[in-house]
Structure formats: structure tokens, C-alpha cells
Design a protein. Structure first.
Length: 549
């Protein structure tokens, strides 16, 4: 297994020194003849319609903005109220390790097969066409739910009493416009929004530290870790209540980390996708993990977990724990927080449209969706798929009711369940890829890029993602805690995915791919025929650009 990152990046140079040399001689590991480049044409044929306008900088920032959203800025208060200050930190670390494992597994698969909406196409190729069909359409169903647009209506109530329909209309139009020209435009807008998000988190951490150390009043220190205590209880007293509070918060933390799949989403629209995916995958995890922990740690210091505002949200952004912490301290800061939260929700909405339209494109490329979704404009944008996705934006008008906070909560539960299903499939893709490599006589050294420990990481991510999905609505089974909306959001994805998978398998008469028949030869041939130079070394002040290069 390759463990040196520098060596890993050099493997994609002009000459690839691995066992793939046998393929150069048109001989596979089992002695059969490998064909010419036309053998893999079908795999990459449709992606050629898309314009390669993105690079590693865009992939990194698009993933960052899709991860940092309303989950951190709005939902973290409810998480703190459920778990307590130490509990929320443990919760974010636990889910973060699963995100890291999924990220590495997806990156390895995507570097070998850099398809648009990679993890869905990987499921088609490595596991089963029926699984790819199921995940693809469920992804579309999950992405067209305007969760972030409904969140904007909650945020805007901090400033205005206007009917939420006004904000749904204004920001809905903005989402359509940004996704209607070309992917480069989208990438640059997300880059600006990403910098705003990261700057906000840095400001929150610095100002939080000042508040905690007494810069605006009394010194707080670790006071709230002592009283009301390191863990919060829920329903039952003692350790059982602490555990229930911790486990019931998992869904909201999963929602906060959503968007990890963005690394491979736009592979077909990225220049040098293999090296870009590899580098972006490494950077994004360290950025998101470190920033999340810093923000959550600071939040645990300056807001008590028994604060009535965060424990009983009113449906407006005034319940954001960061707004609660800053109010009365620095008057202008809550308004700045709110403004960036709006851009966060807006960029997440941009991403949802981009994601679901590319998934439709990927499904159509495998004859699992109408071919009309393969149509692109002169800028290489799959405009028919974008139009279809945007047609569902009016669902956000559901948030115009007085129960907008409940609508957002329902959308969040549904999104979390969809995310967990995606993480399960990403792990399975990696497991089945390794299975096919072994069956056909390849080794992991043949892969263009690898991460240390991913053979075990895929099983780790699979186990806990499945566990979180199966227990996501456990609180509904406690006497007196039944809520149909919560139960539906947590578990509807399970019967839906099983019924679609079994139905499509019966219709197609094929359940699981034979690992010996997975078309690895074409993928390795494509690696050989499309060498990617290593990243140029940055010198002097240019090293500052390493974060996004």
C-alpha cells in the first residue's frame, strides 16, 4: 500500500511505474488481451459532453461550502442542549472519523474511475446496476428537497417579519440563476462563499475566546462544563439520560457533515480529475474536521447547555447558539453571523441543485433515466436536468407556515438518513472494488492513488453508518416520545431503498456483479492513456495558495 503522499502524487506522472506496465503490453493479469482505448469509451463517453472548467481549488472549496452550512450555524444549539459541552465534542469527533473513512474510500474509487457523480456510477460498476439505480434516484429525491431554502426563511425572521414566501421566491430565483450558465461560474461563486464561511468560523472562535477569557465581562473559563455539567440528560436521569441525549443528537451532526460526496460529484467537469480528487480529499477533511472542532469547542465554553433559547428554539435564527452567545456582547456581530448564515444556506442550496442535476446526468448515462437529461448547452451544462431539479423548489413554500422550524427539522431528518445511506454505499463501493481487484489478480499498488488503512476504514465506516441509520429514530420507541414526522424522516429511506433495489433487480434479472467480470481492465487502460502530471511545486509566497491549489 502506498503511504507517502509525495510518492502518491508522483504516481500520476508521465510514466506510471506499477504492475500496470503489463497492461501497456496489452496483456492483463489473467493473460487475456486488453483492447484499445475504445474499450472504455462507453464509461467516459457522456462525460465528454461536460466542460472541464474546474480544478483542485474548486473541488476543495465546493466540498467545504457544502459541508459548512446551517447544520453548524443553526442546528448546533439543539445538539448542545441534547448532549452537553463534552458530549457535543465527542459527537463531532465520532462522526468526523466516519466522514474521514468515507472520504478516503470514495477518493480511491474516484481516482481510478473519475466519473461524474462518481459514487453512484461506482455502485453500478462495482456492486450492482440496481444499487446504482436505487442510490441515484434516492439521491435525486433527497437533493430536490429544499432543506436549505427552508432554512433561509428561518434565518431571515431574525431581521424581518415579511411573509417567508418572499424570501423563498427571491433566493429560489438566485439558486436557479447561478446554476443556469456554466459550472465555472458556479465554482467561483462558491469559492467566495467558502471564504466567507471560513472567515466567520475564525471570527467566532476568536471572539468566543475573548468572551470566555473575560474580554467583554466576567471570565467564564470552563464554568459551563461544571454547571450545568459536561453532559446533558434527556428523558431519563443519570447515565441513561446522558446516553439518550448523546445518541439522539447523532442525526443533527450527520446533517452538519453532509456534503462529503462533493469531492467526486464533478469529476467529469474537472481538469486532471485524479490528482485533483486526491489532493482535495486530503485537504477537505482536515479543514472541516479542525474547523468544526474549534467552533464546537468554543461554543461549549460560552453557551450553557441548559440555555432556554437553544433548548426550545422559536423557529428563528435568534436561537442560533452563536447569536445567543454574541448578543449583548458585540452588537454588530450577531447581524454579521446572520448574514453569513444566509450565504451558507444559499450556497448549500446551489450545491443541492448542482448535485441532483449531475446525478440525473449520471443515471441517464447508464440508461437508468430518460436520455433527455444528457442534453447540455454550449457551455457543457446539463440544462434539462437543472430545469427538472429547479421545478421542485416550490416545496420550500411549506416553510411559510407557522411551523417553519418543524418543517426544517423534518427536512433535516430526511437529509440525514439519505446521507447515511450514501456513506453506506461509498463504503460498499470500496469493499467491492478491493474484492474485484483480488478476483482479477490486481493489487492495491495498481491503483493510481491510495490512502493508508482504507481496507479497514471502509468496514469501519460501513458498520457505524448502518448503525446510525438503523437507530436514527430510536427515541420514537421510548414511551411517550412518539412523533410521526421524526419517525418518517428517520426510517422512510430504508423501505424505499429496499423496494426500489429489489424491484429493479427483479426487472433487470441481476442482483450482484461477479467480481471477476467487473471491467477493471478498461479503467486501468484509461489511467495509462490519460497520464496526469504532478502538481507543480509552490515556491515563495505562492505557498500560501497550497490550501486551494
Amino acid at each position: 500500500m502506498e503511504t507517502d503522499p509525495e510518492k502518491n502524487e508522483k504516481k500520476q506522472g508521465i510514466v506510471i511505474q506499477t504492475d500496470i506496465e503489463s497492461i501497456i503490453d496489452n496483456e492483463s493479469h489473467d493473460g487475456s488481451t486488453v483492447g484499445t482505448s475504445e474499450d472504455y469509451t462507453d464509461h467516459f463517453m457522456h462525460d465528454k459532453k461536460l466542460k472541464k472548467a474546474l480544478n483542485s481549488r474548486h473541488l476543495s472549496i465546493i466540498t467545504v461550502v457544502s459541508v459548512f452550512g446551517t447544520g453548524l450555524f443553526l442546528s448546533s444549539g439543539g445538539t448542545l442542549a441534547k448532549t452537553g459541552p463534552v458530549g457535543i465534542i465527542i459527537c463531532y469527533i465520532a462522526v468526523g472519523t466516519i466522514v474521514a473513512a468515507s472520504q478516503m474510500c470514495m477518493a480511491e474509487c474516484s481516482c481510478l474511475a473519475p466519473f461524474t457523480s462518481g459514487y453512484i456510477r461506482h455502485a453500478n460498476m462495482f456492486i450492482s446496476p440496481s444499487l446504482g439505480f436505487t442510490l441515484g434516484w434516492i439521491d435525486v429525491y433527497g437533493s430536490i428537497i429544499p432543506t436549505e431554502l427552508s432554512a433561509i426563511t428561518v434565518v431571515m425572521r431574525y431581521w424581518s417579519d415579511l411573509n417567508p414566501a418572499v424570501w423563498v421566491t427571491i433566493f429560489g430565483v438566485a439558486m436557479v440563476v447561478v446554476n443556469s450558465y456554466n459550472v465555472r461560474w458556479y465554482g467561483e461563486i462558491e469559492f467566495v462563499f467558502g471564504l466567507l464561511k471560513l472567515s466567520l468560523i475564525i471570527i467566532l472562535v476568536v471572539v468566543g475566546l475573548v468572551i470566555d477569557l473575560g474580554g467583554t465581562g466576567d471570565r467564564i473559563g470552563f464554568r459551563y462544563w461544571v454547571d450545568p455539567g459536561p453532559f446533558a440528560g434527556r428523558i431519563f436521569p443519570g447515565s441513561l439520560g446522558h446516553f439518550i441525549g448523546f445518541w439522539s443528537a447523532i442525526n443533527s451532526v450527520v446533517y452538519s457533515y453532509g456534503g462529503v460526496q462533493a469531492v467526486s460529484l464533478l469529476s467529469g467537469e474537472t481538469t486532471y480529475p485524479r490528482r485533483s480528487i486526491y489532493r482535495a480529499a486530503k485537504k477537505v477533511f482536515f479543514i472541516t474536521f479542525s474547523f468544526y472542532l474549534a467552533a464546537v469547542f468554543m461554543l461549549s465554553l460560552i453557551v450553557p447547555s441548559n440555555n432556554k433559547v437553544i433548548a426550545s428554539p422559536t423557529g428563528t435564527a435568534s436561537a442560533s447558539p452563536f447569536v445567543v452567545a454574541m448578543s449583548g456582547q458585540i452588537d454588530v456581530l450577531p447581524h454579521y453571523i446572520n448574514a453569513v448564515v444566509v450565504t451558507s444556506a444559499l450556497s448549500a442550496g446551489f450545491y443541492s441543485i448542482t448535485k441532483s442535476s449531475r446525478v440525473l446526468f449520471a443515471l441517464a448515462a447508464k440508461d437508468q433515466a430518460p436520455k433527455i437529461f444528457l442534453r447540455v448547452n454550449r457551455n457543457g451544462l446539463p440544462y434539462v436536468a437543472v430545469i427538472f431539479v429547479c421545478a421542485w423548489i416550490p416545496l420550500a413554500y411549506m416553510a411559510c407556515s407557522s411551523g417553519s422550524a418543524n418543517v426544517f427539522s423534518w427536512f433535516q431528518n430526511i437529509t440525514s438518513s439519505n446521507l447515511l445511506l450514501g456513506w453506506i454505499i461509498i463504503s460498499l463501493n470500496h469493499i467491492f472494488l478491493n474484492r474485484a481487484l483480488k478476483a482479477q489478480g490486481y493489487s492495491r499498488k495498481d491503483l493510481p492513488y491510495t490512502f493508508p488503512g482504507t481496507v479497514f476504514a471502509s468496514w469501519y465506516a460501513l458498520f457505524f453508518s448502518a448503525l446510525f441509520l438503523l437507530t436514527g429514530g430510536f427515541i420514537n420507541f421510548i414511551h411517550g416520545q412518539w412523533d410521526f414526522g421524526s419517525f418518517f424522516g428517520a426510517y422512510f429511506i430504508i423501505p424505499l431503498s429496499l423496494s426500489v433495489f429489489i424491484g429493479h433487480s427483479i426487472w433487470s434479472k441481476k442482483f450482484i456483479n461477479n467480481p471477476a467480470e467487473v471491467d477493471l481492465k478498461s479503467l486501468f487502460q484509461h489511467v495509462q492513456d490519460n497520464p496526469e502530471p504532478p502538481f507543480p511545486k509552490l515556491k515563495g509566497l505562492k505557498k500560501i495558495n497550497y490550501l486551494w491549489s
